[in-house]
Every structure is written in C-alpha cells, then in structure tokens.
Design a protein around this ligand. Structure first.
Ligand code: SF4
Ligand code: SF4
Length: 418
C-alpha cells in the first residue's frame, strides 16, 4: 500500500470520525463472520476509508478488494452504539474509488454495462434475459459453464411482467390514495407480486396510483458509488410522484425502499431539489408498514409439517429498521406454525448486484442461509426483497430442497385470509 498526497475530502469528517473502534459491530458483519479478517469488518473498512481520505493510502487493488467485499448490508449500522452512518460512508468511498481506481476489465464490463445499463431499465432487462429463458425453457443449462449455470439458477422460469395499470381503485370509497413504486426487477420478474401488493392495498382501503413515468430508484447506482446517476433517478421519481396527490408512497422491495427513503440525504446539497426530496422521502413506506394485520385468523395447516419462517432483507431490517411489522403479518396468517430463522438478519449474499460481482462470498453466505432455513424444518420462507427471493430460491435448488418455497410477503398474504 502506497502513501499519497491527501485527496479532496470525500467523507464528511465528523461522520468518518464517529467510529470509536469498539468492535461491537464485528459479530454482526457477515463478511467478518466468514473470513475473520479485520479488514473485512466494519471497523477495519472504516479505517481503510479514513486512510484513503487522509492520503495515507492510495486507491489500489488491496483496498478495493476489502471494500468491494462489503455487502452494504448495513448490519453494522443497526448495532453501532456510536451512530456511525456506515451506508453513507461506503457510498461516498465507493464514489471516490470509481473516480480514482481502475478495475479489471471483466469487473468494469459487469458494472458499467450489465449492472448499470441493463438492470435499471425494465425493457432492456427483459430483452437481455430472453436468451437465458430460451436456454432454461429448452433445458440446455448443461451446455453452459458453471458460473453461467449458477447465474441462470437465479432466474425464475420466465418473465412475469403483468404491468400494473396506472390506477387501481379500492373496491369501496377509498380512505387514502397511495402511490406505488413498481421497481425494475420487480416489474420484470415479479409482476404478479406487484399485482398482489396492489390488491392488498386496495383491500386495505387505498386507491393505488402507479405513475407510468417513474423509473429506477437509483439503488444500484448509489451502492456502486455512481452517486450522480442515483441523483438523476431520484429527481425523475420525485417529479413523477409529485404530479399526483398522494398521502404515502409504497414500495414492496426493501433495497429500493431504503434508497427512496434516503433521497433527502442524496439531494441535500441541491438547492432546487433538497426540500422536494425531503418531502418525498418522508412519505415513503414499505408495504409491511402500511398493511393492517389480517383479521381472519391463521390459516389451517395445509400439510402435516407446514412451518413458515421469515428472512429479514438487510435493507428492511438494518437500513429501515423494520423487523416487527413483517413478522406480525406473517404470524397473523401462519399462527403457531411460524418459526424464527436462526441468523434471520444475516445477509443471504444477494445484496443488490453483489452475487454477480462477488460470486464466491455470495455463495458462502447463500449456503449459510440455506443451512439455517433447512434447520427450521420450514416449508415456506417469506421475505420482502426480490434479490433475496432469487438468491434463496437458487440456494434451495442447489441444495436439492425442492419442497421448500421462498415467497414474497405480498404473495404470502395475498393467498391467505384477509
Ligand atoms: S462502526 Fe460502530 S460498532 Fe463498529 S467499531 Fe465503529 S463505533 Fe464500534
Ligand atoms: S455493511 Fe455489512 S458487510 Fe459491510 S461492513 Fe457493514 S455489516 Fe459488514
């Protein structure tokens, strides 16, 4: 590691100095749990960030490796007694790395083209996935190399676009008019889940407005250090939702939800947008925050052993601190068939596009998650983020656990009693 002259500060000095090195976050950090290396822990990474900021370290392969290996899961942030805003520090450090460090070509292609030019655009994503679905449909996976077979295992059998109409009215006069964020991956791969979410909101007395001119929330850009691109996404969405009179803006994907709730912070230095962004973020709610608990009581067991468990999506549990509401909803349907998942809030390895950029660590965390799921004996795993769903489904498939389903909480509630 080479010393260098100090770069322009990219971290808020007070925020970067908030870490008191107590180490209380270490046991919550999935990568530290797996490697035991301090440089792969929150404390070690904050040390690296400060060294980059002070110019004691130049951006290089070794530093980038430890920072790239961070999932951005923010488990450290949730347990930090010092209130370290790790997510923000990471995003700004990644922006600094993007501007000052050149990655190997394969990583650049993956990040600049596949992740940033395809995933955030539903039409391009659908087109890009077409060959994959043809291979899957013809069962030709065996022709592919191992990494491609594993990537393919992440996909559902086919597209599920089912676009939501711009207006889904409640059956009776509505008590509220809410906006709905349909998401990029959600609208291509989980259109049925979006429809289920709208039905649940309608049943809860909400008219649902899904503006057609909304776009990507910007999470993939923000997590990858492309903050200007994330800000452009934020401005587009704020303008799209401002055109409607909405009490609340609802999202059913945890990763997107946490970014939408942080538009205020993302645009705080933009005088034209700061206040609009703050107002937008203040109205964003995860679906599980707005749905009432079903009142019909638990469903009767459908099989001798029909246990149900819940996996916390990192950006719901850690970034948004929402853990009770989804459990209450699942418990209302599952009753005493609900079982807690060991390490429920440890990342499954999906982490946005992490399972593409860091497949080895993502695979280790996937195996860890699946082992814990199988220990519960549950036949249904409920969660609230598309990335987790794909990662867990692929893991169950690899483990040969074909009798265990992973399902989005909206689909789980939609098929239960109201
Ligand atoms: S990030 Fe927080 S919990 Fe972790 S070492 Fe620093 S102060 Fe302690
Ligand atoms: S964000 Fe997650 S992986 Fe990264 S340092 Fe914090 S706990 Fe560890």
């Amino acid at each position: 590691m080479t010393a260098a002259s100090p770069p322009a500060p990219f971290l808020d000095p007070a925020k970067s100095m908030a870490c008191i090195h107590c180490g209380l976050c270490l046991a919550s950090c999935p990568t530290y749990l797996e490697t035991g290396n301090e440089n792969d822990s929150p404390r070690g990474r904050i040390y690296l960030m400060r060294a980059l900021q002070d110019g004691r370290l130049a951006p290089g392969d070794s530093t980038a490796r430890h920072l790239d290996l961070c999932l951005g899961c923010r488990a450290c942030e949730a347990v930090c007694p010092s209130g370290v805003q790790y997510g923000e520090l990471l995003e700004h450090t990644r922006e600094h790395l993007e501007q000052n460090y050149s990655r190997p070509l394969a990583q650049q292609f993956l990040r600049r083209i596949a992740i940033e030019k395809v995933f955030p655009f539903p039409e391009r994503l659908e087109l890009a996935l077409l060959p994959a679905w043809i291979v899957k449909g013809l069962r030709l996976e065996w022709l592919l190399p191992k990494f491609a077979r594993e990537a393919l295992a992440l996909l559902p059998a086919g597209p599920d676009p089912a676009p939501l109409p711009e207006f889904c009215p409640a059956p009776a006069p509505a008590r509220e008019r809410v906006g709905f964020v349909s998401g990029c991956v959600m609208s291509v791969l989980f259109g049925g889940t979006n429809a289920a979410s709208a039905r649940l909101l309608n049943d809860a007395g909400c008219d649902v407005v899904t503006p057609g001119d909304q776009g990507c929330c910007g999470a993939l850009f923000a997590h990858g250090g492309q903050l200007d691109a994330a800000r452009a996404c934020a401005r587009r969405n704020i303008a799209a939702f401002e055109r409607h009179q909405l009490s609340t803006i609802v999202i059913n994907a945890a990763g997107c939800g946490s970014t939408l709730k942080e538009y205020g912070a993302l645009l705080r230095d933009d005088p034209d947008w700061a206040e609009r962004a703050r107002r937008f973020s203040a109205r964003v709610r995860d679906l599980t925050e707005v749905l009432p608990r079903p009142t019909a009581g638990p469903t009767p067991p459908t099989a001798a052993d029909a246990r149900v468990t819940y996996h916390d999506a990192c950006h719901l549990a850690h970034a948004q601190r929402i853990t009770r509401q989804p459990r209450d909803l699942v418990r209302a349907v599952a009753g005493d068939r609900f079982v807690e998942l060991p390490e429920a809030d440890v990342c499954c390895g999906s982490a946005g596009s992490y399972n593409l950029t860091e497949p080895a660590m993502a695979g280790r965390l996937q195996r860890r998650k699946i082992e814990n799921i199988l220990k519960t004996g549950a036949k249904t795993v409920v969660t609230s983020n598309p990335g987790c769903l794909l990662q867990i489904r692929a893991g169950l498939l690899k483990a040969g656990a074909r009798d265990v389903e992973a399902i989005h909480i909206a689909d789980y509630l939609d098929r239960g009693p109201r």
